[in-house]
Design a protein around this ligand. Structure first.
Ligand code: NAD
Length: 381
């Protein structure tokens, strides 16, 4: 049954210090959610956004006890925490990407045992079969194209495994799990340098720097003819909330279907910035698949809605934010938006386990553990 999330019940956002998580916390506040718990492994000073009226927690959600503490008393969970980044990051750090399976697993177990009503899992277009993405004009990807599986190595396999696990938690433990496969999300207040940034932010930064320095040149990974679609953050937020409230038990594409080449996106950014740049192509740089677009037939059918914000409008907002950041002295650039807020830090080996002790005794199990006693022993290893 479709539901409306209860705005007075506690809601948990993991990965809340990140790009999408930070925007989601802001959006939930705007919609009147009064009890938001935000968790991230980063210190609060490094979060993209943080708010004083939110319960901000720094914890490593690869640890079971931290997941139990995070889920305790919560009605809905948006699980966005993952170790991830753009093409360079996911090609270079495959083991790190796969280790996010510890977050996915422990969060599902904790949500099951804490009696969470609705659980949202953020999967990715990187789950799709690489053979269906070999040409720049390849057909847009339908949800069924994930199988037979031939995912993006590392990151994509973790996402497919975790969404599959989420499905079986739904079937075997009757959890209400909803899964979205995000296609390239972009917007202001995201990472635009340091190696984890994705194409729109990286290109906006390069164009902005060219404008600022007067050095009118740009390096482009590959020949620039690879194609993608890019979803503006506002569409992503709307989609996540619609999906968690929906009765759709299958994974849904959550992405724009406006396909562009990287060269075309650079031209749009040049127009926005009012510059023309000499393009230098680096054929050996990581590029990912040749062509990827989102087929939105299923989300339209299920929700009567699909992302629709045009790329140009979203890029304008993103470019102007990055340009503004780059004009600031470096010490003032990050974090992007932080209210004075208190953080609780979970030391999992000690205080995190107090959460386990405080769980209602009627719970079916302690996730990985058969008893509280076992959980305590495990934490001392
Ligand atoms: P992000 O890197 O900005 O945010 C992820 C956050 O998770 C980070 O702040 C990170 O510190 C946190 N995190 C990592 N390991 C953790 C741990 N062990 N415990 C607690 N927190 C931890 O990424 P994002 O762009 O906001 O993506 C959010 C989610 O959406 C991720 O699951 C990502 O895989 C998925 N996704 C994003 C995109 C995109 O285009 N941004 C595309 C597909 C899927």
């Amino acid at each position: 049954m479709p539901v409306s999330l209860d705005k007075n019940a506690p809601v948990l956002v993991t990965g809340a210090g990140g790009f999408i998580g930070g925007h989601l916390v802001a959006e939930l506040r705007r919609r009147g959610f009064s009890k938001i718990r935000a968790v991230d492994i980063k210190p609060l000073a490094g979060w993209c956004q943080s708010f004083a009226d939110v319960e901000n927690i720094q914890a490593n959600l690869k640890e079971p006890a931290a997941c139990y503490q995070a889920c305790k008393g919560v009605g809905a969970v948006f699980n966005l925490a993952a170790d991830m980044g753009g093409m360079w990051f996911i090609e270079r750090f495959k083991a790190e990407c796969m280790l996010s399976v510890l977050i996915s697993t422990n969060m599902l177990l904790a949500a099951r045992d804490c009696g969470v009503d609705r659980f949202f899992y953020s999967s990715s277009a990187c789950v799709y079969n690489a053979d269906k993405q070999k040409n720049a004009d390849a057909a847009a990807l339908r949800e069924d194209d994930a199988y037979p599986a031939l995912c993006e190595d590392g990151y994509g396999w973790e996402k497919l495994f975790s969404e599959r696990m989420a499905r079986h938690f739904m079937e075997d433990y009757f959890m209400n799990v909803r899964v979205a496969r995000f296609h390239n999300v972009y917007g202001p207040l995201g990472t635009y340098d340091g190696g984890r940034e994705k194409a729109p932010a990286a290109l906006a930064r390069k164009v902005a720097l060219a404008k600022i320095t007067g050095r009118h040149e740009i390096d482009i990974w590959g020949d620039g003819e690879q194609t993608r679609s890019f979803m503006f953050i506002d569409d992503c937020l709307e989609g996540m909330i619609r999906i968690i409230e929906s009765d759709c038990r299958e994974p849904l594409n959550l992405g724009s279907d406006e396909l562009v080449t990287i060269n075309r996106m650079i031209s749009i950014l040049e127009d926005i910035a009012g510059v023309r740049l000499t393009r230098h192509y680096t054929p050996d740089a990581p590029q990912g698949v040749r062509g990827r677009n989102s087929d939105n037939a299923r989300i339209r059918r299920e929700l009567g809605w699909a992302p629709s914000i045009p790329l140009r409008g979203g890029l304008e907002k993103t470019y102007h934010w990055i340009y503004g950041e780059l004009r600031k002295p470096e010490s003032q650039r990050r974090p992007a938006f932080t209210e004075a807020a208190e953080t609780r830090y979970l030391n999992v080996a000690s205080s995190g386990l107090e959460a386990l002790a405080g769980l209602p005794k009627t719970l079916p199990a302690f996730g990985l553990f058969q008893s509280e006693e076992q959980a305590r022993k495990f934490s001392q290893v």
